[in-house]
Design a protein around this ligand. Sequence first.
Ligand SMILES: Cc1ncc(COP(=O)(O)O)c(C=O)c1O
Length: 451
Amino acid sequence: MAEPHYDWAGFGFDTRQVHAGEAPEPGHGSRITPIHLANAFRFESFDQTHGRFAGTDEGQLYSRHLNPTNEVAERRIASLEGGTGAVVVGSGTAAISSVLIALLESGDRFVSTASIYSGTQILFDRALKRLGITVDYVWDPTDEAEWAAAIHPDTKAIFTETIPNPKNDIVDIGFVAGIAARHGVPLVVDNTVATPYLIRPLEHGASFVVHSSTKFLGGHGAGLSGVIIDGGTFDWRATDRRYPLLTDPQAPGVPSFLDRLGTEQAFESYLRLTVVNDIGPALSPFNGFLLQQGIETLSLRMERHLDNARTVALWLAEQPEVESVDFAGLPGHPAEALAERLYGGRTGSVFAFTVAGGLEGARVFIDRLQVFSRMTNIGDVRSMAIHPGTTTHLSFSDEKRGRLGIAPGLIRLSVGIETVDDLITDLANGLRAVRDAGLVPESLSLTGGNR
Ligand SMILES: Cc1ncc(COP(=O)(O)O)c(C=O)c1O
């Protein structure tokens, strides 16, 4: 693989989001990474061709597993998350399935926190189940006994998210990493909503990080993508659990990935060459380019997202038409202390609130919005609102929705980077419409502010 132009290790986050992983373009001196739409690359000789296939000559071969445009995004994200390497794929869902298929095979189990993104639950409960991989859910991630009961001898991974949505029920990654370490299981953390600007799960003991870079990393709402980052620290041989595709020779006389590349590099190479290459969730280099364009401004956008979200959450909590606000950074929230410790009270910009009037209140509110877009997706510059009960969580049973706290009046917001006063005016118009429709009970009107 191409060497980076400079080694950007040790530079600040803002410098690395612009420069880390960039490679020189000697042909024309293009300052930004060109879009290499090539499917495949020419070899200089018969021997080089063989070397590329044998893995003795590093370099481009075929874009299903490595592409020069995408490689810059991989290096940049690995740098921001503090990993040893990264692999980009076509979506966040592809990133999650790829890392789990790398760790698990038919007959294996893994444990996940229960409040993860609804689409990821559907992946676990439908597609992975069909492959013979079983998920066990933990409902209270602070309960060590529940974790211990969920981890079986054939459990080979733990999965969680830093800031789950819609409920903003933040997870203490260091605590979960401690449990994973005690059981000798790698911890995979979806850091989509927090981004490495807010938290770097590898620093808290996670083994791998995944992103739907469709969201905040890209930031523009143009182009799906996903990424898996390897922390390079999981000790594959120090655990009783077996990962033979990584630790054992796959053909007589051929050293295993681990023996050839060591703990720091083995997983990235294994994932790239024998999972992503075999299954084929490749990222279009065009989307890889868009992803890089987005990452360059991540810290600036996040600052605005975080400030706007906190302002909106505090304002919503004072409104008489609002029954409750699910934002962990709010004063009085049960997770306030954790929110303060991990995030300085700024727990991302995707959270929920419950409007008076239940389903009808939600309908009236959402139909009145103008600046907030009625749409799924989170984490682009635009503010968005959706009613989880009739959309993202529609396929869940009433019982499961109830257990997850998805009330009929619950609305999810992804707060964008627009002028915050305009966002509040838009929300105020929606709440006034709920009141005008006679959906706010007298008791709520009198309390004048609800947390
Ligand atoms: C936290 C989280 N992870 C993963 C995904 C899946 O990402 P994608 O839509 O890029 O497949 C999403 C999508 O909303 C998400 O919110």
